[in-house]
Ligand binder design. Structure first.
Ligand SMILES: O=C(O)CCC(=O)C(=O)O
Length: 262
């Protein structure tokens, strides 16, 4: 459970960092299974998120030289990553922020390899998975020490209050905020460095970005998204099943049709 101060911080700034939410032994197990998953299944790196935003964030010689490993749904390969979805402290923290009934939405690894681990441009997470309300929280689980020079999360405090913003979209990129208005040189951001085991909770409306990892160590963070069961994906009819996992409380019948086989 979060303290009243932590909840107030989230409500007014759109994010809150909880230190040591995962114990060292939990981090060891999750880190071990993530490293195994990277070696066993995802040996190759990519440059990361492509798009014209790279010209505004990286020097010419670095623009296509960055490295990244992204893995969706690690719970499909690792039981430790299945169990974390239901982690008691994680779920009760979410309940402090959005109420008793909580539904899991997704899990994804963002790993920045040493030296020039990829940056992320300023964006909100909303356009990646638009839903019809504000009660959607992303949790960034830190598996490695994450000082500013490793490309930690940077947020624009209070930006969640403006709701969804228009992003640059298209075949050539994933959604990012236009670099002529939203760029670290133009907008003040707060650097949220973290230790392994810390979790940053942030609204999917909060503007954030992260810089290049310039250290000689990996920086692995895993984002797990959760929302209230009455928060529906945009474009899905209310009577269409939204087959995600309840991790806290219950889903009311009026929120979805029955899925049970007869
Ligand atoms: O892992 C990072 O540095 C950035 C994460 C991010 O932008 C996101 O989870 O949407």
């Amino acid at each position: 459970m979060l303290s009243a101060d932590q909840v107030a911080h989230y409500q007014s700034n759109g994010y809150v960092k909880v230190e040591g939410l995962l114990s060292p032994s939990e981090v060891d197990e999750l880190n071990g299974e993530m490293n195994w998953l990277i070696d066993e299944w995802w040996g190759e790196d990519s440059i990361g998120w492509r798009g014209p935003w790279r010209e505004a964030y990286l020097s010419e010689d670095e623009q296509y030289a960055t490295k990244a490993v992204f893995i969706s749904s690690p719970h499909m390969y690792s039981s430790a990553w299945s169990r974390i979805i239901f982690h008691g402290e994680l779920v009760s923290s979410l309940q402090s922020l959005i109420g008793q009934d909580v539904q899991w939405h997704h899990t994804v690894l963002h790993a920045k390899p040493p030296e020039i681990g990829t940056p992320f441009p300023m964006h909100q997470d909303y356009p990646f998975y638009p839903h019809d309300g504000p009660n959607f929280v992303d949790c960034l689980i830190h598996l490695d020490p994450t000082p500013p020079e490793s490309g930690c999360l940077q947020v624009v405090p209070g930006s969640h209050r403006d709701g969804p913003l228009e992003h640059v979209t298209g075949e050539h990129t994933r959604p990012y905020l236009p670099t002529d208005m939203y760029h670290p040189d133009k907008v003040d951001t707060v650097s949220v460095s973290a230790k392994a085991g810390d979790v940053i909770f942030f609204s999917y409306y909060t503007i954030h970005w992260s810089d290049v990892n310039r250290t000689d160590s990996w920086r692995k963070s895993v984002r797990i998204g959760y929302h209230t069961p009455d928060t529906r994906p945009i474009g899905k009819a209310a009577d269409e099943p939204n087959n995600n996992i309840m991790v806290g409380g219950t889903k009311q019948h009026r929120q979805e049709p029955k899925l049970t086989y007869r």
